[in-house]
Ligand binder design. Structure first.
Ligand code: PGA
Length: 241
């Protein structure tokens, strides 16, 4: 199981101290077969990666530029630069960025460019509340997958994070049966090699007991709760208890 911490636009150098607990935990038996990955803001990737040098915790970024090479793009960061400072993963297509104008074709370019730089991609998809109410969930997910992964033959370095937009930061999670079926639907889109599918949206140490019963989910993308080491550790512990 993968536990991916998405810190969004939170955290500064003093946050590094809060990681000691997680580092200690990552070396314990309780973590079982869990894999922890932190995606802090760009400014902290390098420090996190140094901090995690002697443990198994992975590091990722929360976005990247669509160009894999250097170039005149003020304010942006390419996947090669991320790789260079220790990132192994990158989140692409998060709904908070889609909302700001990132469309499927831009996301497709970003994914290709990240894969070229040998980063593993956490590709976010999910429907909005209106789309859900209009029973368009499957249509939207199919479109996001088809366009986002256009001309990408090998998906072995792609994780799909199903994050219903209405579940992010709201404390509301999908009904277990709906989630089971949606994850199955996503996996069935892939005829040959099924990708790992993560769930994201209000994952907490309270609702993990129910979420973990959904047996086709390969891990979680965790926002709010991941910024608190104790809560993050609790989620992992409860997954295996
Ligand atoms: P949340 O965020 O856990 O705070 O809902 C998840 C995400 O946006 O990836």
């Amino acid at each position: 199981m993968y536990f991916i911490a998405n810190w969004k636009m939170y955290g500064n150098l003093s946050s590094l101290n809060s990681l000691d607990k997680v580092i200690k935990f990552s070396k314990s038996k309780e973590i079982n077969k869990g894999r922890l990955i932190y995606c802090p803001p760009y400014t902290l990737i390098s420090s996190f990666s140094k901090k995690f040098q002697n443990c198994q915790i992975g590091i990722g970024a929360q976005n990247c530029h669509e160009n894999d090479d250097y170039g005149p793009h003020t304010g942006f960061i390419n996947p090669r630069m991320l790789k260079n400072i220790g990132a192994q993963f990158v989140i692409i297509g998060h709904s908070e960025n889609r909302k700001k104008g990132e469309n499927d074709s831009l996301i497709n370019l970003k994914i290709k460019s990240a894969l070229k730089a040998k980063l593993k991609v956490i590709f976010c998809i999910g429907e909005t509340l209106i789309e859900k109410k209009r029973k368009k969930t499957r249509l939207i997910l199919s479109r996001q997958i088809k366009n986002g992964l256009k001309n990408i033959k090998n998906n072995s370095n792609i994780f799909i994070a199903y994050e219903p937009v209405w579940a992010i930061g709201t404390g509301i999670i999908p009904k277990s049966n709906d989630l089971l079926k949606t994850v199955e639907f996503i996996k069935n889109k892939f005829k040959k090699k099924k990708p790992r599918v993560l769930y994201g949206g209000s994952v907490s140490s309270e609702n993990i007991k129910n979420l973990k019963k959904i047996n086709n989910i390969d891990g979680y993308l965790i926002g709010g709760a991941s910024q608190n080491s104790k809560k993050f550790i609790d989620i992992v512990k409860k997954t295996y208890s």
